[in-house]
Design a protein around this ligand. Sequence first.
Ligand code: G1P
Length: 300
Amino acid sequence: MTYGAVTKAVIPAAGLGTRFLPATKATPKEMLPVVDTPAIQLVVEEAASAGLGDVLMVTGRNKRPLEDHFDRAAELESILAAKGDDEKLALVQQSTDLASVHYVRQGEPKGLGHAVLCAQAHVGREPFAVLLGDDLIDPRDPLLKQMVGLRAEHGGSVIALMEVPRSQIHLYGCAAVEPIGDDPDIVRVTDLVEKPSADEAPSLYAVIGRYVLDPAVFSILEKTEPGRGGEIQLTDALRVLADSTPAAEGGGVIGVVFRGRRYDTGDRLSYLQAVVQLACERDDLGPELRAWLKEFVSTL
Ligand code: G1P
């Protein structure tokens, strides 16, 4: 059996970003720079390099800067071209050339599951990826490409998992799993719980923000009642796909245990850590920053 190719990516970006106020009063949190590149651009780059050239952003009010960022900037481009500053011109054009970016509005903040449901008309009956912008995956560890490959092989849906300490599992969706073959990092998901307490967690496998979903998820999301936090949870819909939807109807969920480099930009501390870590690795900034950091740390 062959399964259709994945060509579309959905990026939920309607959140208010209240953890970063006041920076996010008039600027979407997705535009906060990771060193010098807006976090959302890194996510679109990841989708594009996994072969997903069609990107749908699920946005809300005050998200105009996202549209501007992926659009041409004619005035700026002609000024840079007239100056002959090809390097900066390439930086301006980079985001426009990555993918074909589309937008739909979520309207009401009813949760991640609801945001994904807003993508239904654009996605149609094809499998699609969902990328959450708070999680950055290092391009040297191509997780999404691997997930797209697993979907092509097995059908159904594929989610990314990461082992976390028990003290952190309440921050994530959590998956119960069983082995399916020789590779211990490719598993079948048998159950899912959104943000369980440490005692209730069925495992220490946390769901991280990369999904490849069968379109069967849409009809389940339509029926999914609000769950944790009063929101329609994607995790709850995936649980139905994992547990009680036959494979012939798009059921079955595979988990990939990710052991590569992931950066969390969802709260202030981890955002700062991600920026410092990534800047330290850059050829242009790294050497000076590392030397300065060593000296600075010795004074603390
Ligand atoms: C969302 C999901 C959760 C997942 C997490 C990954 O939660 O609901 O299952 O583990 O993303 O980052 P959020 O962090 O948006 O509250």
